[in-house]
Design a protein around this ligand. Structure first.
Ligand SMILES: Cc1cc2nc3c(=O)[nH]c(=O)nc-3n(C[C@H](O)[C@H](O)[C@H](O)COP(=O)(O)O)c2cc1C
Length: 329
């Protein structure tokens, strides 16, 4: 993994790069992208199914989603999906789960316009309630859409055509909900990266980041310099600490240290908390080795942050700073 403080940039004017190169930059740097599996019908009723990863949601009231169908780089020609939405102004957009990624990829094959990719990809077509294009039964999340606007973004090979759609009906598999939240582990989505790479958005790839608080966090700039210049704490650790609303007061730090001096109280909390044990070990070096104190406290704070115990982390770090400063005086 590159060190994010020592970047060696390739800096290039977009106009000096070939369309292919630009496409590669965009596909690698804007990733993983959600994938829309788009079902449309032509004016003559022929069905069509193709994936588009230049895709996202743009509003909830009204519910708006959009994808971009690019003109082919080789000859500037337009894709069936674009021709179909221009003619019939309807589509169904499906989320792509891991279980259907290979069939989805197959549906991107450039078959002749007369070929319905539902058949080629082996997906099961079911009727929609509001629009004419069929739905893909295998997807856990469907949106029946009316096409509101098609915005051409150029006229050459590689130019996008932004298709903005209003969702008029959702069909969501009830089993992917946990309370009213669509659970990443249950919907098991895939995203598109560069080249042939995809990302599976479940398992350990999914993690939580606490939202910045309603009251504003103090910011990394307000952390004591000893914390900001740590060689152990990561940039993410500093981001977590910058989200606290206040640094602990001297009284709070003293109370925190007292807990560790009261053996009975600290024994009971240290049972299954590795970071408590490490912090206690750090205290035993206060009179002998300041570097060791520093190293152990920062390690304890880091483990506490991994365990979402920001309160422990900041108190331990501030206590360590106080102890080392007092020792130096
Ligand atoms: C996962 C995936 C994502 C894709 N995303 C896009 C996209 O965002 N825009 C695009 O123009 N083509 C994209 N493609 C390529 C189209 O799916 C492909 O050109 C397809 O043949 C178009 O079909 P159509 O002519 O039936 O519309 C993607 C292909 C795959 C496999």
């Amino acid at each position: 993994m590159p060190d994010n403080k020592k970047r060696d940039f390739l800096s290039i004017n977009a106009a000096d790069a070939t369309v292919m190169k630009v496409q590669k930059f965009l596909a690698g740097g804007i990733a993983p992208r959600p994938i829309a599996l788009v079902s449309t019908i032509a004016a003559d009723g022929t069905g069509n199914l193709s994936p588009f990863s230049y895709f996202n949601t743009f509003g909830a009231n009204p519910p708006m989603v959009g994808f971009s169908a690019l003109r082919r780089v080789r000859d500037g020609s337009t894709k069936d999906t674009l021709n179909n939405v221009q003619a019939t102004r309807e589509c169904v957009i499906h989320a792509v789960s891991y279980a259907m990624v290979q069939q989805t990829s197959l549906s991107s094959t450039e078959y002749d316009s007369s070929v319905d990719e539902f058949q080629k990809s082996g997906f099961t077509a079911v009727n929609s309630d509001v629009v004419k294009p069929k739905r893909v039964l295998e997807s856990p999340f469907h949106m029946e859409c009316i096409v509101k606007q098609i915005i051409p973004l150029g006229n050459d090979g590689g130019s996008g055509n932004l298709v903005l759609c209003e969702v008029v009906k959702f069909h969501i598999d009830k089993s992917i909900f946990n309370s009213d939240v669509i659970e990443p582990q249950l919907i098991d989505l895939v995203g598109r990266n560069s080249a042939n790479y995809y990302t599976r958005a479940s398992g350990t790839a999914v993690f939580e980041v606490e939202k910045p608080r309603a009251k504003k966090g103090i910011g990394v700039d307000q952390l004591p310099s000893e914390i900001r210049n740590s060689h152990i704490l990561s940039a993410n650790n500093l981001g977590q600490l910058g989200n606290i609303e206040n640094l602990p007061t001297e009284t709070e730090i003293k109370h925190f240290l007292d807990t560790f001096e009261d053996n009975n109280a600290s024994e009971s909390i240290s049972e299954d908390c590795k970071y408590f044990t490490i912090f206690r070990a750090a205290l035993s070096f206060v009179n002998s080795d300041s570097n060791k104190v520093d190293e152990l406290i920062e390690t304890a704070a880091q483990i506490a942050l991994e365990n979402k115990d920001t309160d422990f982390a900041i108190k331990a770090l501030c206590a360590g700073i106080n102890l080392i400063r007092q020792k130096a005086e």
